[in-house]
Design a protein around this ligand. Structure first.
Ligand SMILES: C[S@@+](CC[C@H](N)C(=O)[O-])C[C@H]1O[C@@H](n2cnc3c(N)ncnc32)[C@H](O)[C@@H]1O
Length: 226
């Protein structure tokens, strides 16, 4: 059951908004018996807003919206190939990797901060949020297969937020990653989310800490992505 969704428009396709980010959102899935029109499949309806990939001088490709996106609306899922993080840690180009960090975020480990508006998971939940060292972690690699989400840049003051979503199963290590509007977004605004890197956490093949400058341009920019 999902307790944080509010329907705000009935025609032609019911649009639903996420009132606040949660550690994890449960949606209906293949085992629920409901259909694709179920109101609890918000992030499974595909991309609803006209988005445009464009080029920026200092950040490469970027994404903007061509129409207004209301606060709380689902924008797109981060799509790619699911990979074990330990099998790609030596890959030199990780620009399109998205670490599925719901478990780390919930447990506030590795410098992660809990996402806004945390509510405890139901005690009856079968979701396992404990972390063990032996368990593999996973990431989504959008390097050779993906959608528009792979072109969305980082900002220190973003207009999207990351929401972990569970639908077909309860394994939080394999949660789907969906980007929602954190605020009302006007046409032609660039879409951004916080990549959430901890500074000095990225190590290069030579064993040295890698740095990447941030060009988000926000007044409170942290100056580095990592
Ligand atoms: C997921 S890709 C985003 C799309 C990318 N701009 C492109 O041209 O394909 C992530 C990469 O974009 C660049 N990038 C994203 N946000 C940035 C920012 N705020 N400042 C500088 N570079 C950024 C970095 O090169 C980063 O590794």
């Amino acid at each position: 059951m999902n307790f944080c969704l509010r329907q705000f428009n009935f025609f032609p396709i019911p649009l639903v908004k996420l009132v606040a980010p949660r550690d994890v959102v449960f949606e209906c899935g293949p085992k629920c018996g409901c259909g694709p029109d179920c109101g609890n499949r918000v992030s499974q309806c595909g991309i609803k807003y006209k988005l445009q990939v464009f080029r920026m001088p200092d950040k490469g490709w970027a994404v903007r919206t061509l129409e207004k996106i209301p606060e709380g609306a689902p924008v797109c899922e981060y799509i790619g190939t699911l990979k074990r993080s330990d099998e790609v840690e030596n890959d030199t180009d990780n620009s399109y990797f998205f670490e599925i960090d719901c478990k780390q975020t919930i447990n506030e480990i590795e410098g992660r901060e809990r996402r806004l508006c945390h509510v405890p998971l139901p005690t009856s939940s079968s979701v396992d949020t404990e972390t063990t060292e032996t368990e593999p972690e996973f990431c989504i690699d959008a390097g050779s297969y993906g959608n528009v989400a792979r072109f969305i840049n980082h900002s220190c003051e973003p207009n999207l937020f990351v929401q972990c979503v569970l639908s077909g199963h309860h394994d939080i290590r394999l949660a789907r990653v969906v980007l929602f509007a954190a605020t009302d977004i006007c046409p032609y605004q660039e879409l951004t989310y916080d990549y959430g890197y901890q500074l000095d956490s990225v190590i290069g093949a030579d064993g040295n800490i890698k740095h990447m400058s941030c060009h988000c341009g926000e007044p409170n920019c942290r100056k580095r992505l990592y």
